[in-house]
Ligand binder design. Structure first.
Ligand code: F6R
Length: 610
């Protein structure tokens, strides 16, 4: 978790640049913020707990001198979210400053050794051992360069890190390095940058160099040099041009990123659907030949996998196993093998649990396929083939547009596979392909026609203490996702399960006014049974909120409130349009309840710890 940033510029002060860039990284954590700059042989640090804007009001983060600096926005792992634990951390003399994203697993032993040598620690973080190790190394080897001392330090660390170091001994440069946490270098004519994510430096440059595990980079205002940590070999790597515009990363007039990203879905879906024939073909070929297929992901991406397992089964007659990445090793770590195929799905491409499942499978010779929104992420590098889902940067902590894009890529894959296998008639395939193409328009219509109704619904239910979300078949996944959105953004406890399960226990919770959300597509086999489930709930006094197709009078008559989506949506594609009202509902519930939906408490966008 956490966002790191570093910048060396030819002229001027870096602090305002670092401050603005940290704002773009705030989605990675917002427990504390800190900046260190180097000027006239001295390091100045400003840091505080809490969000960047609050710290800036007290400290004025822009008012710091120096053309070299590093910054950090934190999601606490070791040590409470307090000022004392905020990065940057320094050595005993205050001459070396470090920012770090990741976890140093052996920090306790290292700290004990350093304390025995007389080093004094002020924080409870794992990170603080790093500047002290560098200091210690330079004390023992006074003729070593900063790079040599950083390499020596890194070799003592076990765990994950993306880190950036500045020192008064070698002003004018930043040393950064990576192991299992993201690190990207940006290159401009008058500056270089390092960051956890390229959106941090996108307004300044679109030239990016992806850094791999086991690499160290030295940045000056006019150069970057990449070295392999293990043997010091110099690695030549040219920058790539990134075609995301800076505007893609700002709010563009919306009150929150989450709403902007919900509204972007017609466009992002169009983008995704335009994508990458070649990669769809390759991945569907792998899936076609696979003996067993696991769909591995966390959170919202897992819900996309759950829905996709119905798509693969119904369209291509391919059974797949959706598995929570955090459970994968326990459940399948011993049985996954050379005949297994893993399709790992991760918006960020950096989720630690997903990468751990992938690493375990790779070690057992399984085939790794990836679906991610983040080109250059670790997942893209460890996958045999990957598809970039092309949703553009998602800044709101809640996944919205990336969910619908993931679903549409997997629908495309299922259709491709179906064609290969010849299990479904060509007419049906053509019909589904055409419907998939029209979904961006359908999503647009839903947003424009239903937003006000959803807003009113949120007003009505703002004080509800609990919700049920129920669906059947593929829309069990939609129910899970609608429930996750409401819980994480509006802090309302909610329960989701396949509607058929209610009689096996949960229905005992129902009493007068208990809100139950039903996802009711008209197409397919589930509509009739779902009506039975609605009646069971209604008979016990539940308030029925249904997401229905226009003209579904039967369900409308049973509902206290309903939201409509356009007619004629094939069931196998229905999670894409049916999730839209539930995203809006979570958003407006949060707004009604006075919560900032972009930065829900205790969460971060990219979960890089297990
Ligand atoms: C929920 C949400 C999370 C992520 C999960 C996986 O709105 O965003 O549940 O879906 O942390 O993240 P990725 O897809 O980056 O692996």
């Amino acid at each position: 978790m956490c966002g790191i940033f570093g910048c060396v510029i030819k002229e001027g002060n870096v602090a305002p640049v670092i401050h603005a860039s940290l704002k773009r990284l705030e989605y990675r954590g917002y427990d504390s913020v800190g900046i260190a700059t180097l000027n006239n042989g001295e390091i100045t640090i400003k840091k505080d707990q809490g969000k960047i804007d609050d710290a800036h009001k007290i400290l004025n983060l822009d008012d710091m001198e120096g053309n070299v600096g590093i910054g950090h926005t934190r999601w606490a792992t070791h040590g409470a979210p307090l000022k004392v634990n905020a990065h940057p951390h320094v050595d005993c003399s205050g001459q070396i400053a470090v920012v770090h994203n990741g976890i140093i697993e052996n920090y306790a032993e290292l700290k004990a050794d350093l304390e025995n040598l007389g080093h004094e620690f002020v924080s409870k973080t794992d990170t603080e051992v790093i500047p002290h190790l560098i200091e210690d190394c330079l004390k023992k080897n006074p003729d070593w360069t900063l790079t040599e001392a950083v390499v020596d330090t890194i070799k003592k660390l076990s765990g994950s890190y993306a880190l950036a170091v500045i020192s008064v001994m070698e002003p004018g440069k930043i040393i950064c390095a990576r192991n299992e946490s993201p690190l990207i270098v940006g290159v401009a004519p008058d500056a270089t940058y390092c960051a956890s994510d390229l959106t941090a430096f996108l307004p300044m440059t679109n030239q990016a160099v992806m850094i791999s595990d086991g690499e160290l980079v030295t940045l000056t205002s006019s150069s970057y040099e990449i070295k392999r940590i293990q043997d010091g070999a110099i690695i030549k790597r040219e920058p790539k041009i990134i075609d995301w515009t800076p505007e893609m990363a700002v709010k563009q007039g919306y009150p929150h990123f989450m709403l902007k990203e919900i509204y972007e879905q017609p466009d992002t879906l169009r983008n995704t659907l335009r994508a990458q024939e070649h990669y769809l073909e390759l991945i569907s070929t792998f899936l076609d030949r696979a003996t067993e297929v696991y769909l591995v992901a966390c959170g919202t991406s897992y819900h996309a996998c759950l829905a996709a397992s119905y798509m693969f089964s119904k369209l291509a007659f391919l059974p797949t196993y959706p598995v929570y990445a955090s459970e994968f090793i326990e459940q399948h770590g011993k049985s996954v093998n050379i005949d297994s195929t893993i399709l790992a799905v991760s918006q960020s491409g950096e989720t630690a649990d997903t990468l751990a499942a992938v690493t375990c499978s790779q070690q057992r010779a399984a085939t790794i396929l990836g679906l991610t929104n983040t080109v250059g992420s670790t997942l893209t590098r460890v996958s045999r083939v990957y598809i970039g889902q092309q949703s553009g940067p998602e800044i709101g902590v809640a996944a919205t547009k990336t969910f619908t894009s993931q679903l549409s890529v997997m629908a495309q894959l299922a259709l491709k596979l179906s064609t290969k296998r010849g299990k479904v008639s060509q007419d049906e395939m053509d019909y589904l392909a055409e419907k998939l193409e029209t979904l961006p328009q359908t999503v647009q219509e839903i947003i424009l026609s239903q937003e006000e109704k959803v807003k009113a619904l949120a007003k009505k239910y703002r004080d509800a203490k609990i919700f049920f979300f129920l669906g059947r078949g593929i829309n069990t996944a939609t129910a899970y996702e609608g429930r996750l959105k409401l819980m994480e953004i509006a802090y309302v406890p909610a329960v989701a399960f396949p509607a058929g399960e209610s009689k096996h226990g949960p229905i005992s919770l129902i009493e007068a006014g208990f809100p139950v959300v039903f996802i009711c597509p008209k197409d397919g086999q589930t509509h009739k049974t779902l009506i039975g489930n609605i009646q069971e709930m209604k008979a016990r006094g539940a308030s029925i909120i249904s997401i229905i197709e226009e003209g579904d009078e039967e369900v409308k008559a049973l509902s206290d409130d309903y939201i409509e989506v356009p007619k004629g949506i094939p069931e196998v594609l229905s999670p894409i349009p049916f999730i839209i009202p539930l995203q809006l509902f979570a958003y407006y519930m949060a707004v009604e309840r006075g919560i900032n939906p972009d930065t829900p408490r205790n969460l971060a966008k990219s979960v890089t710890v297990k």
